[in-house]
Design a protein around this ligand. Sequence first.
Ligand code: SF4
Length: 330
Amino acid sequence: MSIPVINTPQDEGYEDPLDLMDEIDELKKEKDASILAHFYVDGDIQDIADFTGDSLKLARDATQVKTSTIVFSGVHFMGESAKIMSPEKRVLIPDMLAGCSLAESCPADQLVAFQEQLRSEGRTFDTVAYINTSAAVKSLCDWIVTSGNAQDIIERVPQDREILFVPDQHLGRYLSEVTGRKMILWPGSCMVHEVFSIQDLIRAKRNTPGSVVIAHPECPQNILEITDFIGGTEKMRRHVMSIDKPTTFLVATESAMIHAFEKSAPQHTFVPVPGIMTSTGETCACNRCPHMARNTLQKVRDCLKNESPEVEWKDYFQKARDVLDRSLLQ
Ligand code: SF4
């Protein structure tokens, strides 16, 4: 999948970002809408959002929104979570095709089949799902975690039960290490965090004395082994804010996150760690999520204007809500 190309003034159909922002502002009032934007969408969208954050913060923010409409600028499962948490609200998403390679690596029917297989073997387990899963998968689980609260939740799973962790094998392995709990790991991964170049990271670290590596726990073990600070996006943001001395951070997560870092801690320099193109093995700046990049100012404007696409309530959302409630809100 290719990353959408950003329009330039020379391109046909180009629209000035400042005009778009004004138009969105007007539409927000007219349609009684609030915008929630994930840290991984373009900085322009983060700048006009009413709430920005990681998955956990935005899921909680969705319950605090006072307007009747939410525009969720992120990916599809996040729009579903917003709808689940605020069923009375209309939830719009700028692009229905903004999916997630991680969520797609764990289809609900395959999870059901695997759970049945484990039960038939007499195993007793809790299924713990990372929030990057479809609502259908969430409804099949006992707990939902984000990279921000995963450790706390895993400590709540009774010691006499096994843990089936889905869908991110790297986050699961990391959590297993920090909590000391053995886990059955689903073999999924994120296409962005999977491809960071270990060679480039080692070289950048060597060439920039005093630099600090910060990485998301969705990264593979070889990256985390040479990382100075591991955390979800909000945890990383708080960490860089807590350091006064100007520092160069080598950042191993989706590169749009740098916008949020620069706004929160302008005293530092942030350098994205390059990725490796899986097709050719060459290094590239492919650390942008192509799904998140589907969100553009034009699409935010259009979905407000057309009141579409909308996330519709499905029967299994109620079961997913019960799991989200006890996992995220307590
Ligand atoms: S960065 Fe990875 S986990 Fe996040 S939405 Fe994109 S594919 Fe999914």
